[in-house]
Design a protein around this ligand. Sequence first.
Ligand code: DX5
Ligand code: ZN
Length: 219
Amino acid sequence: MTTISPSILNCDIADLRGELTKIKAADYAHVDVMDNHFVPNLTWGLPVVEAVVNTGIIPVDAHLMIQNPDLWAPRYAEAGCASVTFHAEAAAAPLRLAKEIRRRGARVGLALNPATAIEPYIDVLGYFDMILCMTVEPGFGGQSFIDEVLPKIARTRSAIKNAGLDISIQVDGGISAKTIEKAADFGADVFVAGSAVFGAEDAAAQVELLRSLASKHTH
Ligand code: DX5
Ligand code: ZN
């Protein structure tokens, strides 16, 4: 199933409610939490994410680009995020953390930076509901899609298939009408798009365009 999760990173943050309403036909709002340590940028934390959840406009897909997710990620699940994704590079005990997040009723995602391999996680895929293959270095919106990540997406898809599991593969960074089809072809099924959606004249129409392009290629 093709899933579209627009990133609100570069939306009009003075009008979060209005911006969330524009994308309510999407599946999730992708909310990027950055702590200025794991990545060189700072966004918002738990109170703001909780406020977004509490608008009830759209389910929240939290992407935690933070140090010490072992401490913080369960709190995002408790706050009512539908999905909580933490970085493999930051977690001290990723399997324990995955269990803690699920126990609090959220889906759990494992994010891999472009140069982080999937292979160390092949035997533990079952702990996760989603693998996020970053298609840019995390930290900023508006960067170009890194094509070299495509083979990892394909290897992740075949490992999931071989294990007989039902796990989503999310791509995040540089996703637009120009790049979404190749990401889908290689096996992604959850698509984050920030500047493509909020930079478009009609955000809702852009969500539908991305969905229809990806659907033709999702297998
Ligand atoms: C980058 C963030 C992304 C970002 C994507 O670190 O994780 O979610 O908002 O922005 P675009 O779609 O503009 O590359
Ligand atoms: Zn993100």
